[in-house]
Design a protein. Sequence first.
Length: 470
Amino acid sequence: MRSLEISPEQFRLLAKQVCDLAADYLETIDARPVAPAVTGAETEKTFGAPLPEKALGPEALNDLQNVLRSSRGNNGRFFGYVLGSGEPVGALADLLASVINQNVTAWRSSPSAVTIERTVISWLSEALGCKDFTGTLTGGGSSANLMGLAMAREARASANEKGLSAKVTVYASEEVHMSIPKAVALLGIGRENLRLVRTDASFHMLPEELERAIARDKDSGKTPMAVVASAGTVNTGAVDPLTQIAAIARKHNAWFHVDGAYGALAAIAARSRFQGLELADSISLDPHKWLYQPLDCGCLLYRDPDAARNTFSHTGDYTRVLSSDPIEGFAFFEESLELSRRFRALKLWLSLRYHGFEAFRKSIKDDLGYARDLAEKIVNQPELELVAPVELSAVCFRYLGAGGRSEGDLNRLNPLILKDVNKKGRVYLSNATLRAKFCLRACIVNHRTKPEDLDVVISEVLEAGRQASH
């Protein structure tokens, strides 16, 4: 046996040890602190040892307990950022996916994996009301947004062969996710050609402002390449008026991309909030957010597979597909940025089949309801202020205390509260700045969240606020 091989018996023993550790973690997850009480120096000391020349064998697993101790707890009181909860059946599928180690480039390389991914894509498309769309799983929403705008660039500016020569512009709201300016830069369009359109009082893009921005650019000789609408902004969860924006994009022959990485999957539980989603040319979404899957599992859906092939197809002879069969000749690398691709679909496929789609729909509805409940608790607490409407599951608020503080004082006080709350580890929040107001932000995309977890948010913020005020 070669040195890197282990016997099936050894694998079973190691796998049992790891699975027992994972099961213990799940059993105690509610009692664990959301933020670990650990410093950077301590993690460096624990995990920064020199590379071992000699084998440690099973002893190498001993530090896995330390990995857990130094990891953020993903229980129902983690409300920071937009991160799903890591559904355990999907995690088991990830183990198997890593063992069989399929490179999901083309059907010939990974028949079951390619077929499963295409099946999952069709499920997602249909669930969102975009039945005729196809697509690909990605590392996350940032990759999906980059690919969507790459398709827009090729469809509207044909830049693949000679480079970008046209003076093109991209439009998005001032609340757009950071991945859009990054994609515009990476694609050679230039961030100075990204127009950030004003939003209304509820943080939705204003269609009339979009129309004006496009008209100004056309008058100066520029071509509107793409309009990006948000189906759930990262700060507040605002869903832009998709139908109106789609009509403006179509009028000006601009590609219509929807950044739905955070919010689009809520359409399976609240379809009426996403009217116009089906009008998009491309849509990003993240099953590792609101389908609770383990990282990573993003997705790009698109209307026209030819647009994807025109953008991403560039095949060397060593990868040329020889089969003309529509199934056996399929290659993801002809429609995707990636050549090497992991078997991301297995966890989603197994998880959806194990629990049934209705269980995910119910959990998303619960999350939406919990956000409304938390907002109500904030409104009913005189020492707190709700800063933005709650459209999906992001709740932005701040501590006021007894009142009478200036905006500057509140903007200095609330970061201290956030730091104290997260350090104590009973609940974890993130932050947002809205109209120059520093806010505490709770985003609920976790199948483990319970009603009593909302009360912890209120009590922890009040306690930290009162202490910081003295």
